[in-house]
Design a protein around this ligand. Structure first.
Ligand SMILES: Nc1nc2c(ncn2[C@@H]2O[C@H](COP(=O)(O)OP(=O)(O)OP(=O)(O)O)[C@@H](O)[C@H]2O)c(=O)[nH]1
Ligand SMILES: [Mg+2]
Ligand SMILES: [Zn+2]
Length: 350
């Protein structure tokens, strides 16, 4: 964030947040938006000042207690200690990468997800479909941004493939280093609108932010020659006020986007497949050898694509399995009677 002061509206404050405040809270608290999260601590902005808070460990599954970038917290006016997290208008979340079964909120109170991929070997349809499911589950707008058009022999080829993923998804092919080229995105950058950039490392998320912002605030890093892989240059999540008044969030490159509780997102993202499954003779049809299977018939007629079907089934299974695993973990934790910490969940850091 810059040193200048912002009004709450300029930070993305909306009537739907104001309505959540009791009259006592209106007198005794100040709203603050989470503008940065990094390894156990977060920075919040009231518009007038920025504060550094440390996040105490919160239990698994208690997602609503774990603030993430884009969230709104209420701070006690006197002590500046957070009193609560406001209900989110939207939430992007995934399974935490690694061995531990837990959830990770990615960003909250977002209007538009910018799904970033590049016109090179990083481009992967199965992976991009995960982001579409995530956005549809969160019920937010999404736009696909295909970067590095200037380096590709035939950027049109990538555009055509991406456009087939979802009928109403806008797909923009850009050179993220070029100011004129990124103007194609300005429709989504209205004042007070919040957007987040998600994609693999090295696709040019921070480059896009810098070009739109007209600065070089975010560090960028060259990708590896040979496999086009990035080097995970960005290591924290941060929210930035753009010249148009939009709020843009940069996120570290995503290695693995495991879906959690995302069945309706997957269902909607693959509606040509999911709607057909309802026409199978048996409700629990596995689409392998049951008679009256609408899916197999559609495959044979070339109406649906085998790759799409496989990814649909994989994502539904993954999403359900992760939901069960989290529910199980939460149950075990509560059975083991963990001592509740009555102190504030947030601690000061000097
Ligand atoms: N020619 C060209 N280079 C680009 C474009 N977009 C990004 N780059 C380059 O790609 C490399 C990676 O860009 P970054 O912006 O660091 O990528 P990132 O997505 O933020 O990566 P992480 O922070 O690791 O997740 C840098 O060398 C950029 O200059 C583009 O559209 N055209
Ligand atoms: Mg980056
Ligand atoms: Zn079937």
């Amino acid at each position: 964030m810059n040193q200048i002061e912002y009004s709450l509206d300029e930070l993305g404050w909306k009537p739907s947040f104001q309505e959540q405040l009791s009259s006592e809270e209106q007198d005794t608290t100040l709203p603050a938006r989470v503008t940065k999260t990094h390894k156990g601590h977060l920075v919040v902005s009231t518009g007038k000042e920025e504060l550094l808070l440390q996040i105490a460990e919160t239990g698994v599954g208690s997602l609503n207690e774990q603030p993430t970038v884009g969230d709104w917290l209420l701070l006690n006016k006197e002590t500046q200690v957070p009193t609560r997290l406001l209900e989110r208008s939207s939430l992007l979340q995934r399974m935490s990468p690694g061995q531990e079964i837990k959830l990770q909120p990615i960003a909250a109170n977002i209007n538009t997800l910018l799904i970033v991929s590049s016109c090179n070997t990083e481009f992967n349809l199965n992976r991009l479909e995960r982001y579409i499911c995530l956005a549809m589950e969160a019920d937010i707008e999404f736009v696909m941004v295909l970067t590095k058009a200037d380096l590709a022999e035939d950027p049109q080829e990538y555009l055509e493939k991406a456009q087939k993923l979802h009928d109403s998804m806008p797909v923009m092919v850009v050179n993220s280093k070029d100011t004129e080229s990124v103007k194609a995105l300005q429709n989504w950058f209205g004042k007070g609108e919040s957007l987040v950039l998600l994609g693999s490392s090295g696709v040019g998320k921070s480059t896009l932010l810098n070009t739109i912002n007209g600065t070089s605030k975010q560090k960028v890093g060259a990708i590896r020659v040979g496999d086009d892989k990035g080097r995970h240059t960005t290591t924290s999540r941060s929210l930035h006020v753009m010249p148009s008044g939009a709020l843009l969030i940069d996120v570290p490159g995503i290695r693995e986007l495991q879906l959690y509780d995302c069945e309706s997102g997957v269902y909607n993202a693959f509606n040509e497949v999911s709607e057909l499954t309802e026409q199978c003779k048996f409700a629990d049809c596995s689409h392998k050898n049951e008679p009256g299977c609408a899916i197999r018939a559609a495959l044979e007629d070339g109406i649906i694509d085998q790759r799409r079907l496989d990814n649909y089934q994989k994502l539904i299974e993954e999403s359900e399995l992760n939901k069960e695993n989290i529910a199980e973990r939460v149950k075990r934790k509560s059975e083991s009677g963990r001592k509740k910490n009555k102190d504030s969940k947030y601690k000061w850091r000097k």
